[in-house]
Write a protein that binds this ligand. Structure first.
Ligand code: PLP
Length: 482
């Protein structure tokens, strides 16, 4: 790193501006917080003076040349990228822009089937033809992880004309895979590798965590800075380090996707989050890891779940014992005033931040009480999801380009077998579509969705309580390929 990572140019400029007692004849309407409902003042007061707009000296995210430019340069230097773009719409915005940067209508893009919905939304917006690669089901973790190298090789051999390969690394739960080897393989085809590293921004702290996708040679990497570093919600980063990605396209799509009034508090928090990572003393890091170890040990003492292994020491996944639901355990933690990141039908994820807990008795006592309560809760059905992605390399049953020709109708879930979904069916969290828009609905899907609904899993699909949106064409539902 050649730059001075102690600098925070964007934050400093905002602070200096706010300190000058400016008189506002511009947006935003709260006028540095002077016009604000009294009832909200207590918490908003300190941050509103930083909520500025593109005034002289404060730069413009869509035409950077001053303090935002400098802050992005410092971030690029720290993360090891050629260029870093601040995102104020989360990794969602980054994934859309990253995908639109490399593909045009009709282009093939090889994509991990268990990607976040924002990846598929990007492909749909770009009119791409996704080549879906199935992830492996890891028995020891009882969930899907990443595609293996054989599957990726098969996809590349069948589709060497693909415009990109899109992978997720690590997964929500901190699981990594041999990304460097896979990137090298894909680069032999001169295809860019786009990585959704929403859950790995802290991997840039070298030596402590697995290597970040930027260091491993990915061409474009999206990181949700807000997930594991002290950045505000929606603060994220898009890193580019390759001539395989046309920078003018990235800029073009970023300015299309992102607000023309980007949030300065979010951008300043990105500047500060990078500063936090770059200046975290080794001693503090040791304390953080020690605290994470202590939390793991406490969680491991629960008798109604197993603590799963993780490549990321900050991620703690509890696997509920058979018959117990992860959502039930989450509810009990919440009753104790302890809020996990997510729960699924069989697992629970807790994220340890980049700080230390000094007091763990609350957690210890909660684990004891929850264990006792769970012993009296009636068993639930075990939901088997291990058979969902059967084909290693496949394509959508109905291409995005063909979709417009068909009307959409709603039918009861029970009758949806063999119809093609007109809208993704997404258990949330984690936001990975169980059925994609354009994908044929199978009996296994229906069974799993029914069990999810029965167990109170939130499903994102309009009117899920009344049925499933499907494309309305005779022939499609009989399994005819389109
Ligand atoms: C793998 C993955 N990618 C992208 C996103 C979207 O991130 P954001 O909430 O920052 O838009 C998420 C959100 O959870 C995610 O899990």
């Amino acid at each position: 790193m050649s730059s001075n990572q102690e600098k925070t140019p964007l934050y400093d400029a905002l602070k200096q501006f706010a300190g000058g007692n400016p008189m506002s004849f511009h947006v935003p309407g709260h006028k540095h917080g002077t016009i604000f409902p009294e009832k909200g003042r207590e918490f908003f007061e300190s941050v509103l003076p930083l909520d500025m707009t593109e005034l002289t000296g404060l730069d413009d995210l869509h035409a950077t040349r001053d303090v935002i430019y400098e802050a992005q340069e410092l971030a690029a230097d720290f993360f090891g990228a050629d260029a870093t773009h601040f995102l104020i719409g989360g990794s969602t915005a980054g994934n859309l822009a990253m995908i639109l940067s490399v593909c045009s209508a009709g282009d093939k893009v090889i994509v991990q089937r268990n990607s976040h919905k924002s990846i598929f939304n990007g492909l749909e917006l770009g009119g791409a033809r996704p080549v879906l690669i199935a992830p492996e089901f890891d028995e020891s973790l009882d969930r899907y992880t990443a595609p293996d190298i054989e599957t990726i090789t098969q996809a590349l051999q069948q589709h060497p004309d693909a415009k990109a390969v899109v992978l997720t690394y690590p997964d929500y739960f901190g699981k990594t895979f041999a990304l460097r080897e896979i990137i090298e393989l894909i680069h032999e085809y001169n295809i860019p590798v786009l990585v959704d590293e929403a859950h790995g921004v802290h991997f840039s702290l070298s030596g402590v965590f697995p290597d970040s996708a930027v260091r491993l040679g990915a061409d474009a990497v999206v990181q949700s800075a807000h997930k594991t570093t002290p950045a505000m919600t929606m603060g994220a980063l898009l890193h580019i380090q390759s001539e395989r990605i046309a920078s003018h396209r990235t800029q073009h799509y970023l300015q299309m996707i992102q607000s023309s009034s980007p949030s300065y508090p979010i951008m300043a928090s990105l500047d500060l989050a990078r500063y936090y990572l770059a200046n975290l003393p080794a001693y503090d890091m040791a304390l953080i890891l020690d605290s994470a170890r202590q939390v793991r040990a406490i969680l491991d003492s629960g008798q109604c779940w197993d603590l799963l292994s993780s490549d990321d020491p900050l991620k703690m996944t509890l696997q509920a014992k058979p018959g117990i639901s992860g959502n039930t355990i989450a509810g009990l933690f919440e009753q104790e005033g302890i809020y996990p990141e997510l729960s699924t039908h069989h697992q629970l994820l807790l994220i340890h931040g980049l700080g230390s807990f000094t007091e763990t008795n609350k957690l210890k006592n909660a684990v004891k009480r929850i264990t006792a309560q769970l012993k009296n809760i009636p068993n639930r059905d075990i939901i088997d999801t291990s058979n969902l992605f059967k084909q290693r390399v496949t394509v959508l049953d109905l291409d995005y380009s063909a979709i417009e020709a068909y009307q959409v109708t709603q039918i009861p879930l029970r009758q949806a077998e063999n119809y093609i979904a007109a809208e993704a069916i997404i258990p949330y969290p984690p936001g990975i579509p169980l059925v994609l828009k354009g994908e044929r609905i199978t009996l296994s899907h229906i069974k799993v969705i029914e069990q999810f609904i029965q167990q109170g899993v939130t499903i994102q699909h309009r009117h899920i309580d009344h049925g499933i949106s499907v494309f309305c064409t005779s022939g499609l539902q009989r399994g005819k390929s389109v």
